[in-house]
Design a protein around this ligand. Structure first.
Ligand code: B3K
Ligand code: ZN
Length: 862
């Protein structure tokens, strides 16, 4: 494509070199100012490599002075460019003082030190510290931090940093001066600073060994009540990590600050987590059940990083999954224990099957431990995080819960205070369990989605069941040759008399046969219970058996999965030209009716069993995505079900009791099933206006309000327009709720979506500088509105192209995330391909395009 394809500085995993110098302590002093913050950094350095120069990273900084052992250097004694500060002649051990100035107010990238409204805050992972001061900005340089923050006392009652507070006073000029010390050596990506005025909620937590920890949660003034759930979730997470993994908190204070401008969900800075306010603030009126779930999960995730990430960190950024895959796994286990393990697993599987499989099939395919990176922020991906978590889960399946826990304990004890690699992790797992994991290690280096083909043969005379498994991983854009992986395949055998058997098959070769003796009647095999490996299953199970599994398997995930497979097949038949009425078996309709009449004990599982796969899940099953075919088939089946099941749907809807809102597993499950019924009822031929209106009007919580809006949007546009106007009016002053409004407007499947988006762009709360606002509108549009995004006139693609182009200059990290749906242009029909490719090409031609967007566009077009 463009001439500069190879001129940007791509890094390779194999080029890792240990640092030439280490920094043992750093004293930072911040004199805060919106446009001219002065940062004085005093570092103790020691040489580790003879003769090497010291090259410090730094970006967007104004260098005021440099001194070695107290002696100021003149300009010809160092070299300075846009990316670094280099000093050539240095002693083996010395003190380096660097003074810089920066402008938080104009930092729209929200990396480094920036202003989130009136609040100063930082985001340093992955490479943001270099926007604060010149430093060895790499995770294997671990230093002890002393931090002084100075800011006008009245305006900034709270000046926070990592670790323990040493002192606080107000100086003669009316400045507040606060000193912090973090006793744990850490990489600079875990550094944090916050300065602002907040409501503070406090709690105490006594650890299992008796350490009294003060918990502090900081939220916008007036929002204290909305922080209570997050604070309690933190206590649950702390207790859970003690009970499950015997891991205890290690400082006297744990702070969480919610800010309104944040590039992602949250950040695990040592002792001072910074959160996107979306993942902290909740009350019944403004947050959905899903929001509550996410808050608990992310609070847990960041807390769990204290051990898996902070106490033991990554040697280099290629090892990111070392902390992220492991910590996602830990947060998933936590959420499962706090609520419904089945539902948690179903949600995790959905994500793998949609976004992660799509990533493997597209131009950004990479192993969970990437090999080549231009912009590190582009590799905080579903592959590194969520496939990474699947890899950890497989380890637990292979080693057993106790073996896995022993391996984790050994890893943390062996490497406490170090920056290590994924290989170190596997070594500890292996040493603790005496299991050979050499083949398993391939999961770290091989990208792509394995396809697992299975079949069974039953021989009655010998009472033997033969299971044939073969695996094949198709080539990915980054890696043409693939090898056989180690796969744990959990199965269940369902016998006609109602008995069941569970087995774990451990696959190591490309093709393998497993013989199960003493099987006296032919069973139905449930393959890949709990989704025991992140693969695409190819099993030739007929409709009748799929429905049997859906009704009878022990594992709720397997039951749901059987329904998903069933629907995928029906959608394929519809796309092939069959009428939806002709392919829908009567047995299915009666089975669904019986689930409605007699729901499972877990109502949310019932809701999942009754749900069709979404567009993205279905799309992943095709080499070339039949956009219009999938949309038509889904609409056809949903409408048909709505009509055929109207009575049981209505009865189920009416039977589910309404009680005052409370977030807990059972109540959330009930709302989920009720919403699902409402959704179908809105689609049935009978006018549902009144029902939708009533659901909306009587809702005492955001979950039900959103259910009414979403259901009407799909089926009753006139009602939707009325309700959304009311909603927008009612919540016009609440930015987090307006995000929901933006997202709804942008997911309108009708053409009016473009006008709707235009209107929302003029909303007083909309800002191109706030990632939540931009994502609410444009992620919803490009990822949850296939009808309009994939329009054949290209208007949808052009809308996204414009936004990415505009945002690139404001916040490249967010721009690069938004571009994802365009990258897989090769998966579409020729007309769409051409439109998407042209949009990408125009983006590629933008002068001065950021590395973030450039890397993705470039990979996609070449
Ligand atoms: N570690 C952070 C993510 C940082 C993303 C940098 N672009 C949050 C988390 O995974 O816990
Ligand atoms: Zn994380």
């Amino acid at each position: 494509m463009t001439a500069n394809t190879n001129t940007r500085n791509v890094k390779s995993r194999h080029d890792y070199q240990p640092p030439a110098f280490i920094i043992s302590t750093v004293k930072l002093c911040f004199e805060l100012d919106n446009t001219a913050t002065k940062v004085t950094s005093v570092m103790q350095l020691q040489r580790r490599q003879a003769g090497a120069p010291l090259k410090l990273d730094g970006q967007h900084l104004q260098l005021l002075s440099v001194a070695v052992n107290g002696k100021q250097l003149s300009e010809h004694e160092y070299r300075l460019d846009d990316e670094s500060l280099t000093l050539d002649t240095l002693p083996d051990s010395f003190e380096l003082t660097v003074v810089t100035q920066l402008s938080p107010q104009t930092n729209t990238a929200l990396e480094g030190l920036y202003l989130a409204g009136q609040t100063f805050c930082t985001q340093c992972e992955a490479e943001g510290f270099r926007r604060i001061s010149y430093f060895l900005d790499r995770p294997d340089v671990l230093a002890e931090y002393f931090v002084t923050i100075i800011a006008p006392a009245e305006q900034y009652p709270f000046l926070l940093s990592n670790g323990n507070k040493l002192s606080e006073h107000i100086d003669s000029a009316g400045n507040r001066v606060v000193q912090w010390h973090d006793p744990f050596a850490k990489p600079c990506y875990l550094f944090a600073l916050v300065a602002g005025d907040f409501d503070r909620l406090t709690e105490r937590f006594v650890t299992q060994s008796g350490r009294d920890v003060s918990l502090e949660l900081y939220v916008d003034k007036g929002a204290a009540a909305k922080g209570e759930f997050a604070l309690q979730a933190l206590k649950r997470a702390m207790r859970w990590d003690e009970q499950r993994f015997n891991l205890e908190y290690d400082l006297d204070i744990y702070m969480v600050v919610a800010v309104d401008f944040f590039n992602m969900g949250a950040m695990e800075n040592k002792g001072l987590n910074i959160f996107n306010s979306k993942y902290v603030l909740a009350d019944a009126g403004t947050a959905t059940d899903k929001d509550y779930f996410n808050i608990e999960s992310i609070i847990g995730h960041e807390y769990f990083h204290n051990w898996t990430g902070n106490r033991v960190t990554c040697r280099d950024w290629f090892q990111l999954s070392l902390k992220e895959g492991l910590t996602v796994f830990r947060d998933q286990e936590f959420s499962a224990d706090m609520g419904s393990p089945t539902l948690c697993r179903i949600d995790a599987v959905k994500l793998i099957r949609t976004a992660q499989f799509a990533e493997d099939a597209g131009p950004m395919a990479h192993p969970i431990r990437p090999e080549q990176v231009l912009e590190m922020n582009n590799f905080y991906t579903v592959t590194v995080y969520d496939k990474g978590a699947e890899v950890i889960r497989m380890l637990q399946t292979l080693l057993g819960r106790n073996g896995f826990a022993a391996g984790l304990a050994l890893y943390l004890q062996r490497h406490d205070g170090q920056a290590v690699t994924c290989d170190d992790f596997l070594q500890a797992m292996q040493d603790a369990t005496a299991k050979d994991l050499s083949r398993f290690a391939l999961w770290y280096s091989q990208s792509g989605t394995p396809e697992l083909a299975v079949s069974q043969h039953y021989d009655a005379p010998s009472a033997q069941l033969t299971l044939n498994l073969s695996q094949h991983t198709p080539a990915t854009t980054d890696q043409p040759i693939k090898q056989a992986l180690m796969l744990p395949v959990q199965i269940e055998l369902l016998f006609a008399d109602g008995t069941k058997q569970q087995h774990l098959l451990v696959m190591q070769e490309a093709s393998q046969q497993f013989l199960l003796p003493e099987i006296h009647t032919e069973p139905v095999v449930v393959w890949l219970e709990h989704f025991s490996a992140p693969v695409k299953l190819k099993a030739d199970i007929d409709d009748r058996h799929l429905l049997f599994i859906a009704g009878n398997a022990s594992d709720g995930v397997a039951r749901w999965d059987a329904m998903q497979q069933f629907w995928s097949r029906k959608v394929a038949q519809a796309i092939a030209g069959n009428a939806v009425e002709d392919v829908l078996p009567e047995a299915l309709v009666s089975m669904m009716a019986s689930w409605l009449q007699q729901p499972e004990p877990d109502l949310a599982l019932t809701a999942e069993l009754l749900s069709l796969p979404d567009f993205d899940t279905l799309a992943e099953q095709y080499q070339q995505v039949p956009v219009d075919g999938i949309l038509a088939a889904l609409a056809g089946f949903k409408q048909l079900l709505a009509m055929r099941l109207r009575e049981p749907l209505l009865q189920c809807y009416q039977r589910l009791p309404l009680s005052a809102y409370h977030y807990d597993q059972a109540a959330a499950a009930q709302r989920r099933l009720r919403s699902l019924c409402l959704h179908y009822l809105a689609l049935s031929a009978v006018d549902a206006t009144e029902l939708l209106q009533q659901h909306y009007q009587s809702a005492d919580n955001m979950t039900d309000t959103m259910a009414a809006l979403a259901a009407s949007q799909q089926a009753q546009p006139a009602t939707f327009n009325l309700l959304i106007d009311d909603f927008a009016q009612r919540w016009q002053h609440d930015a987090l709720v307006m995000d929901k409004c933006f997202a709804l407007v942008a997911s309108d499947p009708a053409e009016q979506v473009f006008d709707g988006i235009e209107t929302m762009l003029r909303h007083p709360l909309f800002s191109w500088h706030n990632p939540n606002r931009v994502r609410a509108l444009y992620s919803a549009f490009s990822m949850r509105n296939p009808q309009q995004f994939h329009r054949l006139d290209g208007k949808g693609y052009a809308a996204l192209e414009q936004v990415v182009g505009k945002l690139d200059g404001i916040n490249a990290q967010v721009a690069a995330r938004l571009i994802t749906p365009l990258l897989s242009w090769r998966r579409f029909d020729p007309v769409r391909q051409q439109l998407m490719q042209a949009a990408l090409q125009r983006l590629a031609n933008i002068p001065g395009l950021s590395n973030d967007v450039y890397e993705k566009v470039n990979r996609s077009l070449t």
